[in-house]
Every structure is written in C-alpha cells, then in structure tokens.
Design a binder for this molecule. Structure first.
Ligand code: FAD
Ligand code: A2P
Length: 355
C-alpha cells in the first residue's frame, strides 16, 4: 500500500478516543499514587515505569516496507554526493542523494527507515553483489522537499589486512559515485527507529559516526522551518542529541544542529563526545556513554516521563558501554536498569539500530 501522510492523520484521528481513554486511566492512576504518597508524607519521586507510548500499536501500521525487493530493485540516479568532513578529519564520510521521481510505484519512506543498495559489478565468484543497508538521513520530504529524493550518510569502510588496505565494496562504490549515475535501490525497510507521532514526545538520541543518519532526519523533521511547514507536525517536546565523533572535523551536520539549538533552546540540546580531543573523568577517550553518565540525573528524569523515547544508532561496539552507563546511572537513583530496559523496549520506547 502506498504510504501517505493523510493515512497517518486519518489513522491517528480514528484512535483519538482510545488514546484519550488510555491517557485518562494512566493519569488517574498516577494521580492516585501521588495522592497516596503525599498523604503518607513521603517525597513524590516515582520510579520510572515503562508506560506504553499511547499510540504504539496503531502508529506504524501504514509505514511502507519492501516496495522494491532485491530481485527487482528500483533504479535511482545520483543527484549529489559530497563530503561531510572538514579539513583534518579522519576517514571519508559522504552525504549522497538519489532521485526517486521515476519510480512506479514511488519509493516512499518515513524517518528512521533504511534502504538497501546493490553495488554495481560482481563479487569474487562472479555473482552480483549482495545489498547493503543504509539508514536514511533525509525526511520523507527529501532534502529539496519534493518528496522524491532520499539521502544517505555513508562512511567508506577501510581496514588493513596482510599489509594491504582493503576498501569496503558498497561504501567505496557509494563514496565514489557521481551525479547522474544509476543505482539499484531496495526497500524501504525497518520499523525499529520510527519516531512516535506525539508532538510532545521527548527524544533522546545516542549516535556514533554515521549513526547520526536517522537522527539528522528526526531533527530536520522537528526543527527545519520548511520541513515543519510541510509536515504539519509541531514538535514541542525535548530533543537531546548525544553525538560521538573522533575529532571536531568529523562532526556530521554540526552547523544544522547548532542552528536548531540556538533557534529552539527550549526544545533542542546538543551534547558532543569528541573522543580524540576530549578526555573522560578517568583520562581516557571521551565517548557518548561518558556524557550519558555526566547527565544521568536529567536523563533519568526524562525517562520517568512515559512520552520519552531513546534511540541508539551507530557502532555495535557502543552498546555494552551505553548499557553500563545506564546501569550505574540507574543505580544511583535506586533503579534496576536490567529490569527497566526490557520494559522500555516492550513499551516501544527503547530503539536500537547498530551495525
Ligand atoms: P564489505 O565489502 O561488505 O566489507 C565488510 C566486511 O569486511 C565485514 O563483513 C568484515 O568481514 C570485513 N571487515 C570489516 N572491517 C574489518 C576489519 N577491521 N578487519 C578485518 N575485516 C574487516 N553504514 C554507513 O556508512 N551509513 C549508514 O547509515 C549505515 N546504516 C546501516 C543500517 C543498518 C540497519 C545496517 C545493518 C548497516 C548500516 N551500515 C551503514 C553499514 C553498511 O550496511 C555496510 O555494512 C558498510 O557500508 C560496509 O559495507 P561494504 O560493502 O563497504 O563493506
Ligand atoms: P575512537 O575511534 O576515537 O575510539 P566514526 O564512525 O566517525 O569513526 O565515529 C565513531 C565514534 O565512536 C568515534 O568517536 C569512536 O572513538 C567512538 N567509539 C569507538 N568505540 C566506541 C565504543 N565502544 N563506545 C562508544 N563510542 C565508541
């Protein structure tokens, strides 16, 4: 089924009575608990519970998936391909945009999804390359707001083996591709990283490197003026981005985020962990989990709010570190993280996409 914003609006409206009902019950329960606690003269600091995000069940049923499959991919063309890095940065990371306008059906997607790319050429066995997934870095309206482009944020994989530099197949293909070239695209896929519909949701984002891709889409949806006009979604919650990069020159989309922060100081917060320029309290490299620990009180106060969602994206290796940081931060508040995290996950408030 083709996805349209109208479907979302109609779907959302149809569920308003249910949502209001559930909210009413939850509110009444919380009020009664607060009342109990106050009447016993105990401090009112309820431990966070993983209350279900109100519209979780119904919110994403109309999100498109697998419009184009590997056997019959969409052929898009490159609109632009430029470096996101500044002088002195490590490696190679590009922003690449594809034109989708020739699609029939149109390849439509929403923020937080991924697409597959099938690199040109054949592998060592003479077989066509397999697809690689990439998180979409644009909103559903695309960078030019036509609704007919999709953008990616791609790091070229390079590693040393037996004294030789090996280039990753697909990431190198993408970083080298020129405007006008044709590319095989599949998808979209993924419902793990979708944004909630509530305009007053709080969104905590933990990103390393290209893990910023979905976050860039969320933040544009929330704060870019033209995007806001288009999407009819007046975000008024709190968005807090923790971004990990090796050097300042490697910070991706940094100017945009700083601008959102200065234009929406009540709603946007931007905390950086620049591993090779900053040290953590133990003198080691500053990682986002160190920033999480520094801000544990505020993070856990936000998590107490059932409208708060947490998104993790980027290096798989960051997961244990984040878990450890959340554990000790939770402990300081008398909360058991290993119990809370699965509850948050079940409630659709803990979103992870690492690779
Ligand atoms: P390949 O040629 O496939 O090489 C990868 C292989 O090389 C590995 O499987 C491993 O066997 C080997 N290898 C890798 N590193 C080493 C090493 N240090 N030493 C020895 N061997 C090694 N990437 C992005 O850049 N941006 C994104 O937004 C993004 N989003 C993703 C979203 C999802 C859901 C997933 C699953 C992955 C995402 N990726 C993203 C990663 C992407 O899919 C590719 O895996 C990545 O680009 C590498 O592909 P490649 O074809 O260049 O490398
Ligand atoms: P470093 O490489 O200095 O150890 P990029 O993809 O651009 O390289 O950025 C990834 C960022 O994530 C870097 O700052 C990198 O630090 C950092 N990083 C590496 N390992 C981890 C980890 N286990 N947990 C959190 N951050 C990490």
């Amino acid at each position: 089924m083709a996805y349209s914003e109208t479907n979302v609006v109609i779907g959302g409206l149809a569920h308003i009575p249910v949502v209001i009902g559930v909210f009413g019950l939850v509110q009444a329960f919380i009020q009664s608990k607060i009342g109990e606690s106050q009447s016993k003269n105990t401090p009112v600091t309820p431990a966070p519970t993983a209350t279900k995000s109100p519209s979780r069940k119904t919110a994403h049923s109309d999100v498109p998936v697998n419009t184009y499959k590997p056997r019959d991919p969409f052929i898009g063309s490159v609109v632009e391909n430029y470096s996101l890095l500044k002088e002195g940065a490590i490696g190679r990371v590009n922003h690449i945009t594809f034109d989708l306008s020739k699609g029939n059906p149109l390849l439509q997607y929403v923020e937080g999804q991924s697409i597959g790319i099938i690199p040109a050429g054949v592998d060592g066995n003479g077989k066509p390359h397999k697809l690689r997934l990439y998180s979409i870095a644009s909103t559903r309206h695309g960078d030019n707001f036509s609704g007919k482009t999709v953008s990616l944020c791609v790091r070229q994989l390079q590693y040393e083996k037996d004294g030789k530099t090996i280039d990753g197949v697909c990431s190198t293909y993408l970083c080298n591709i020129s405007p006008g070239e044709k590319v095989k695209i599949t998808g979209p896929v993924g419902k793990e990283m979708l944004l909630p519909k509530e305009e007053d949701a709080n969104i905590i984002m933990l990103a390393t490197g290209t893990g910023i891709a979905p976050m860039r889409a969320y933040l544009r949806r929330m704060f870019d003026p033209t995007e806001r006009e288009k999407n009819n979604w007046e975000f008024r919650g709190k968005a807090w981005l923790f971004m990990g990069a090796p050097k300042s020159a490697n910070l991706l989309y940094d100017e945009d985020f700083k601008q959102y922060e200065s234009q929406f100081p009540e709603n946007m917060r931007y905390t950086k962990a620049i591993s090779r320029e900053q040290n953590n309290s133990k003198g080691g490299r500053m990682y986002i989990q160190d920033r999480v620990l520094e801000n544990a009180q505020e993070i856990f106060s936000l998590i107490e709010d059932p409208k708060t969602h947490i998104y993790l994206c980027g290096l798989k290796g960051m997961e244990p570190g984040i878990d450890e940081a959340m554990s000790s931060a939770a402990k300081a508040k008398g909360i058991n993280w290993s119990e809370l995290r699965p509850q948050l996950k079940k409630a659709g408030r803990w979103h992870v996409e690492t690779y």
